[in-house]
Design a protein around this ligand. Structure first.
Ligand code: ADP
Ligand code: MG
Ligand code: MG
Length: 251
């Protein structure tokens, strides 16, 4: 059984080749951490997976829950349960957090042949999710990410994730700029959502996050491909040795 299987993926951004024959397999229930130098292509990988415009797969194959991901529209990918929490969450003025959340959750449910939630039921769930991430309920009425601090945006994303109940969650540097309390909230949210049929890809620069979210595998992405994989001890080794000793393997 496979959640995600990436074979020899090549991708370009603005005519620049970024991913070069990247291979990665994620099984249901697994947490994979991806580390690596700046500019290696970690965010590009997330963007290609989510179908963000401008990020073009030029070769290779991606299977997501038995389907050909690259043939699916970005909206369908989301409805099938792919969730990407951005490194830099965007503001959407004029659309309330609550409206966006309910529309996203209802779209995902409709896709699965389920009825949409009543406004009252959804409000209850959203309030619970707010509590779980220590966000004041007033955040539900605010514009999406409008005027949120860095930590609030990240906690808001974890709340979105809880309500959407994705199959595959990709967290791209969700820990960057977080203080230790916010980091723990994020980690608790992820750990509470761990289940046998849900997988996570956690992109991070810091070993510290992996003390809280313990990964099954750690990969190093350098020069557009996975150049080394190991267990969680690899993250400690990277913290001590940096990435330069791996650079030869990346060519
Ligand atoms: P990482 O997340 O590992 O730091 P990125 O995937 O963000 O790396 O970037 C990989 C390379 O692709 C970098 O050289 C970056 O400048 C380039 N790149 C990424 N997105 C864009 C974009 N939208 N336009 C131009 N270049 C981009
Ligand atoms: Mg970066
Ligand atoms: Mg990045």
């Amino acid at each position: 059984d496979t959640m995600l299987k990436i074979n020899d993926l090549c991708a370009k951004v603005e005519d620049k080749e970024i991913l070069r024959q990247l291979n990665l397999e994620v099984k249901p229930g697994e947490i994979h951490a991806i580390m690596g130098p700046n500019g290696a292509g970690k965010s590009t990988l997330g963007n290609v997976l989510s179908g963000r415009p401008g990020y073009e797969a030029t070769a290779g194959h991606i299977e997501f829950k038995g389907q050909n991901l690259l043939e699916m529209d970005p909206e369908i990918r989301a409805r099938e349960g792919l969730f990407l929490a951005f490194q830099y969450p965007v503001e959407i003025p004029g659309v309330s957090n609550m409206e966006l959340l309910k529309a996203s959750v209802d779209a995902r449910r409709a896709h699965a042949g389920l009825e949409e939630y009543s406004a009252i039921d959804f409000m209850k769930m959203a309030r619970e999710a707010c509590k779980a991430v220590n966000l004041d309920q007033s955040f539900l009425k605010r514009g999406v990410n409008e005027g949120f601090s860095g930590g609030e945006k990240k906690r808001n994303e974890i709340m979105q994730m809880m309500l959407l109940e994705p199959s595959l969650c990709i967290l791209d540097e969700t820990d960057s700029g977080l203080d230790i309390d916010a980091l723990q909230v994020v980690a608790n949210g992820v750990n509470a959502m761990r289940s046998a049929d849900r997988s996570f890809i956690v992109v991070t620069h810091y070993q510290r996050l992996l003390d809280y979210i313990v990964p099954d595998y750690v990969h190093v992405l350098a020069n557009g491909r996975i150049v080394k994989s190991g267990d969680k001890s690899l993250a400690l080794e990277l913290e001590a040795k940096g990435y330069s000793w791996l650079e030869n393997e990346a060519v």
